[in-house]
Design a protein around this ligand. Sequence first.
Ligand SMILES: C[S@@+](CC[C@H](N)C(=O)[O-])C[C@H]1O[C@@H](n2cnc3c(N)ncnc32)[C@H](O)[C@@H]1O
Length: 215
Amino acid sequence: MRKLTPELLDHLPHDDPGALRSRADLRRINFFMGNERWIASMIPAGTRHITEIGAGDGHLLSHLACEFPQAEITAYDLAPRPAHLPLSVKWMQGDLFSQAPPAHGGTLIANLFLHHFSDTQLRDLGEWMRGFDTLVINEPLRARLPLLLGKLATPFVHPITRHDMRVSIEAGFRHGELPAALGLDHLVQECVSWRGSLRIFAQRTNQSANLCSIY
Ligand SMILES: C[S@@+](CC[C@H](N)C(=O)[O-])C[C@H]1O[C@@H](n2cnc3c(N)ncnc32)[C@H](O)[C@@H]1O
């Protein structure tokens, strides 16, 4: 069963030195897990709108702004707009639950974000996502191996990351749980990676995708 414990990073000022160190750890963790490479590889070519929820330090969107120059990109996060973010990216600061989704649809991406929320909140987020044509979601897999990998990483990460990594995995998902909690009516494909990611690619149209690629 999922265990929801508050994450330390969510309750620190964005410029707290520990928060800055933990965000740098998160970039390394994303790199090791191949999360951002996988998300970028799943975005349909020619997509006109990309929206990221829980965009964090904007690292992924900075890359996507170069890779998809034709796309209008919008980000949602509690944190203020990151200084380095390309001006073309629209940044919506605040609680996602009190903001409306963009009217234009397109591709929605979420990386290490949805595990923060209870099943009731996930049902609301599923409604929030209803207007998007494509969903690309990467979340922690709730399993023993990711917990063990997290323990092995302990000497190399900040104490805030150490705490948040464990509680993120405990709040993560097993196969089938997330599409059901969101109540998605898209066509859903789901896979897991041994490094601890649970990945969802969901579309309104039935296009085949090589979901479990090398990332
Ligand atoms: C674990 S971080 C992941 C950030 C980024 N996706 C990454 O992989 O580096 C989760 C992010 O969700 C944001 N967040 C948490 N609750 C939120 C909410 N209710 N509304 C908007 N953003 C939220 C936090 O500010 C944080 O940046």
